[in-house]
Design a protein. Structure first.
Length: 86
């Protein structure tokens, strides 16, 4: 089926990448890291291979709702405005 939409597909930037480390065994980390960090070449190829037309991306980092990390989240929010166009 073509025209599928992936919802809340996670991605990471270098500043947030380690927030995902530790949720899976160490031998899985290289694969997960590669999938999280690449939203252009690899992810688009995977989308094409599986008939996914569009994805709603979600940053893998703590949000402003986490009181202990508000300043860090605001800083990340500001950086994320420009990141996908790189």
């Amino acid at each position: 089926m073509k025209g599928k939409i992936g919802l809340e597909e996670h991605f990471a930037i270098e500043d947030t990448l380690n927030d995902s480390k530790g949720f899976l065994p160490d031998d899985v980390w290289p694969e997960l890291r590669g999938r999280l960090i690449d939203i252009h070449d690899r992810r688009i190829a995977e989308m094409d291979r599986h008939g996914v037309e569009m994805m709603v991306l979600s940053l893998n980092a703590p949000s402003r709702r986490c009181p202990t990390r508000r300043a860090q989240a605001r800083w990340r929010d500001g950086r994320m405005i420009f990141w996908p166009s790189r």
